[in-house]
Design a binder for this molecule. Structure first.
Ligand code: MG
Length: 256
C-alpha cells in the first residue's frame, strides 16, 4: 500500500525528521577514535527520547534489533549492531542509520562518518555515495518514477567503478517505517512506481569500493561486503511536494 499524506501529516513528518538532524549533528561533533559504537548509539537514544520520540529500530524485526542506530563500520554495509566492544579506530568509516517515530510519523536517515584521517579512496567513496543520493533526489518529484531515481544513483556510482548493492533498497515511509514503493539504487528510466504529491520515500544508496556482493554475519543482522572492502551508506526521508522534494532529515541551513 502506498500512503498519501496531507499537509498536516507532512508537518508531523518534518517534526520527526528534525530530531534526526540533531542526532547527526551531535554525532558529527563528538565522534572520535576510541569511542565504541555503543557510545554513539547512546547519543542517538538520548536525543530521541529527550523529544519524547521513539527509536524505531530498537526491538525491530527478528531477532529484535538491540540498538537505536545501525552502526556499520568499514566493510559492514548496513544493520551493524552497536557494541561496547566495537571501538572506533583512526581511519575507520562508520555509517549511522537511525529512525524515530514522533506522534505516529516516521523518519529514517543515514550518514557515513569519517573517523579521524581516512584513506583518500575511502573518503572519496563516502563523498560520492552522498553525491549519488543527490543525483537520485533530482527525480524525487511528481511524475518521475522510482526507476529514474535508481538509474541516476547507479549511473553515477558505476562511473567510478563502485559496486551498487541490489539486495537492499530505499522504501516508502509514513506511519510505518518501511512501506511501498520500493526505491532500488539501480534501474531503468521510465520504469517503476510513479511518484505523486503526498508520498514520502527514503532514497538510500549503499555503495561498495569493490564488488557489490554482500553476506550476512552470524549475528543475523550485520550485512558485510563479501570481499571485505569498505561500503558507504547515505539516506534521507523525502516528502514529494508540489514544489519538488523536501528532505525532513536534512538541515538545509548547514547542508548536513
Ligand atoms: Mg531506510
Amino acid at each position: 500500500m502506498i500512503e498519501i499524506l496531507n499537509a498536516e501529516e507532512f508537518e508531523l513528518m518534518k517534526a520527526s525528521g528534525k530530531i534526526l538532524q540533531e542526532v547527526f549533528k551531535v554525532i558529527r561533533d563528538e565522534i572520535k577514535p576510541g569511542m565504541s559504537t555503543h557510545d554513539v548509539d547512546k547519543i542517538a537514544y538520548n536525543i530521541i527520547r529527550s523529544h519524547d520520540a521513539i527509536p524505531s529500530f530498537l526491538n525491530f524485526g527478528t531477532p529484535p534489533f538491540p540498538g537505536t542506530i545501525c552502526a556499520s563500520v568499514n566493510e559492514a554495509v548496513v544493520h551493524g549492531i552497536p557494541r561496547k566492544t566495537k571501538i572506533l579506530q583512526e581511519g575507520d568509516i562508520l555509517s549511522v542509520d537511525v529512525g524515530c517515530v514522533l506522534e505516529g510519523y516516521q523518519a529514517d536517515a543515514c550518514r557515513t562518518y569519517l573517523v579521524g584521517e581516512v584513506a583518500p579512496e575511502v573518503a572519496d567513496l563516502v563523498k560520492r555515495t552522498e553525491e549519488s543520493f543527490f543525483k537520485g533526489l533530482e527525480f524525487a518529484k511528481e511524475g518521475c518514477r522510482t526507476g529514474d531515481i535508481g538509474n541516476a544513483v547507479q549511473t553515477y556510482c558505476e562511473s567510478f567503478g563502485y559496486g551498487v548493492v541490489r539486495e537492499l533498497e530505499g522504501h516508502g515511509i509514513g506511519t510505518t517505517m518501511h512501506q511501498d514503493p520500493s526505491v532500488p539504487n539501480f534501474g531503468k528510466p521510465g520504469h517503476g512506481c510513479k511518484l505523486r504529491k503526498g508520498m514520502a520515500i527514503c532514497i538510500e544508496p549503499m555503495i561498495t569500493l569493490g564488488s557489490r556482493e554482500i553476506e550476512m554475519l552470524p549475528d543475523q543482522w550485520t550485512i558485510v561486503t563479501q570481499d571485505g572492502k569498505p561500503a558507504s551508506h547515505y539516506e534521507n526521508t523525502i516528502l514529494i511536494t508540489e514544489d519538488g522534494p523536501y528532505m525532513t532529515t536534512y538541515d538545509y541551513e548547514e547542508g548536513f
